[in-house]
Design a protein around this ligand. Sequence first.
Ligand code: SDX
Length: 427
Amino acid sequence: MQEASLTIGDRTVTLPITVGSEGEMAIDISNLRKETGFTTFDRGFGNTAETKSAITFIDGEKGILRYRGYPIEQLAENADFLEVAWLLSSGELPTRPQLETFTEEITSHSLVREDMKHLFEAFPHAAHPMQILASEVSAMASYYPDALNPNDEEAVRISTTRLISKVITMAAWSYKYRVHQPYVYPRNDLDYSSRFLHMMFSVPAEEYEPDPVISNALNTLFILHADHEQNCSASTVRIVGSGQANLFSSIASGIHALSGPLHGGANQSVVEMLTEMVEQPGDVGHWVERAKDKDDPFRLMGFGHRVYRNFDPRAMIIKKVAQDVLDMLGLDDPLLDMAMELEKIVLDDEYFVSRKLYPNVDFYSGVIYRAMGFPTDMFTVLFAIGRMPGWIAQWNEMHRDPTTRIGRPRQIYTGETERNYPGIDGS
Ligand code: SDX
């Protein structure tokens, strides 16, 4: 076994080195504090692996993304989203009979309990759908209390089925409630993506027949968003679950984490940013200069990534899907033209090149969602639907890992040293 030596003053300790299946190396500091009294300090865990995982591999330098060893390009091109959901949790692709049974099971749980409607209707109509979705998922622990034990495999299986199946119903109903339209019930004769589109866009006066072009593109987008190793929301799901919270509560926490504009909320912010750029014709360069100005809080949304120091492979695929969908629908969206112009300017700019800031998964996805007819504030909900199987797989892997401990980071205290209480009158 390889080892690392750490010398502090006149003391030297040796620490084991652990190596992953793709050659990633880590210094195991599990005994650092016991042996040295020191902890490590690493804001945002940029240099810290909290877990070993066999689910998703990212090579940020090469722009590689694989789910259980399968390249994202091949899965996006050829797989079904539920097939990928099975792969992420089980570790292997399903056989055709397994996929058929899994699909039937997911389909048979598509209805949401009627009394859960009261929860939608407790919200203001202007509520953000991510807030509604997080509350609905959190409430599933109360509405479906029969399978909450995180250590009971059968309970986890049925809760997993309920989450993947009902998330599209709850997402669509959160939209219908907000636009004052009646809820549309799931049609079990449709595939997963088509079922969601139908619930979103059908109205009693006019049936919506999902366009296969849009259903297929949505299936691809769900696959591209399905998992991304230890990102902010997946880490949130893991740490909440590490305290033995049930799956619904853990996933609801992940939805809240995803809603932030630096994370999944970026796909909404990108379209708002591009819209502003299109509506204020002029030199795009001044936006780029603002993004470089440290005194200006404005950032180019959809650019940059903690791990990718090259193109985000998902962005490359989404950019092509966006062009294809717009072409097939005969649409011409000025936002796509603006996005391509902005990408070209940014990738020629030393500030972004030197910081390896490339378009990420959120940069082009909103253009497609717009073309499909989704309102901007539903974009992050679409991200959450895609990420659901990844969150569940990460949560399951954490629970099945015998080395899992409750997540509890250390800190470096910088506050007041000891002082005596002076009494309210400072006596
Ligand atoms: C997702 O982790 C995942 O895997 C997430 C995700 C997933 O699938 O789960 O991939 C999904 O969240 C994608 C990211 C979506 N967010 C955005 O598009 C928001 C805009 N991007 C950033 O705010 C930023 O790039 C982050 C949040 C994505 C990453 O932040 P980091 O890793 O903490 O990087 P940083 O803020 O330290 O930036 C490093 C430098 C800084 O400049 P210097 O201090 O070195 O001078 O790059 C600059 C930053 O100011 N920078 C940007 C920028 N992003 C980083 N400058 C202008 N515009 C930007 N977008």
